[in-house]
Design a protein around this ligand. Structure first.
Ligand SMILES: [Zn+2]
Length: 306
């Protein structure tokens, strides 16, 4: 439909004009009051004992969160447990009763030491609400970006990670805007224009890399050649946090990408890893690794403002 992009653009402009750099909302939290034998607890009770809530529950995994921490439990027998993307051991024996997952109470002692106290860089700070961050998922619509050796399109990976980054940042109290939150095409100038119109405190464009040689891997931060010190600091902060994903780093490099030179405020382009490398292509495709990447990028952004 010919008119739709114009209409969308118009609607976007209206919403932006009204809401400024708005926020995304979270889903409701469900409580579970069931009682069990003392040595086991339900996932909901486990969350309560850790001062967290269940933010996601699927057949394969459960995610617990508070303002500073994310715990991922893979709910198959002896599945791994991660706290802030770091492994803290195994879940041990699990039991499914009445549609609820029961785990050993000893998990509380296993997880608790790895939780950050609410004083680290990732908690909700009063000042965060005055920060406007624009998250740009690279490519989209008729522009698929690179295609991975496993056939995945870059635009989909970028969007999946960007969405998670945006939602993590808004949970931490930042005002967040995405240049696109669906599979649609946006001109590069338009992406920068969104950040400029909102006077964004930081613009972060999210991409996945490609290279003729399949052996090349690792993540790279880009800033414009004439970038401000603030852009370099933000890039350094995101690069440091991303080292926790286990991927190798190519550090911060300069390149005059249009989204970087057209954005007036601090701007960073993140190339998360190589779609032309088989190992990284598989990681970039995996939703749980996408979450780790998103958490690292969000942590790096929080640290920059911290
Ligand atoms: Zn790209």
């Amino acid at each position: 439909m010919g008119n739709q992009p114009t209409l969308r653009l118009l609607l976007t402009s209206v919403v932006l004009a009204i809401a400024g750099c708005g926020e995304t909302s979270k889903g409701p939290i469900v409580d579970d009051p069931s009682t069990v034998a003392p040595q086991t607890v339900t996932i909901y009770q486990l969350a309560g004992l850790l001062g967290m809530h269940v933010s996601e529950s699927t057949q394969t995994h459960v995610k617990l969160k508070n303002s500073a921490n994310t715990v991922m439990l893979f709910t198959f027998s002896d599945g791994p447990v991660y706290v802030n993307a770091k492994s803290v051991g195994k879940i041990g024996t699990i039991e499914r009763k009445d549609g609820r997952i029961h785990v050993s109470r000893s998990l509380v002692a296993q997880i608790r030491p790895a939780l950050h106290k609410p004083a680290s860089g990732s908690l909700v700070r009063l000042g965060n609400s005055s920060r406007c961050i624009v998250i740009d998922a690279g490519h989209g619509g008729k522009d698929p970006g690179a295609t991975s050796v496993l056939g995945t399109r870059e635009k989909h990976i970028n969007l999946a990670v960007a969405r998670k980054v945006a939602s993590l940042l808004s949970e931490r109290g930042f005002r967040v805007r995405m240049t696109r939150s669906s599979d649609r095409f946006i001109e590069l100038e338009q992406r920068a224009a969104i950040a400029n119109r909102l006077r964004a405190d930081l613009f972060v464009s999210i991409h996945s890399d490609s290279f003729p040689k399949s052996s090349r891997r690792g993540y790279t931060m880009y800033v414009a050649r004439s970038a401000s010190q603030a852009s370099f600091r933000a890039a350094g902060s995101i690069a440091r946090a991303m080292s926790r994903t286990g991927l190798g780093s190519h550090g911060t490099q300069t390149a005059d990408y249009k989204v970087l030179i057209r954005t007036r405020g601090p701007a960073v382009l993140v190339e998360m890893g190589y779609l032309t490398n088989r190992r990284e292509a598989a990681l970039l495709k995996s939703p749980s690794f996408q979450t780790r990447l998103a958490e690292a990028i969000a942590d790096g952004i929080s640290d920059y403002f911290g």
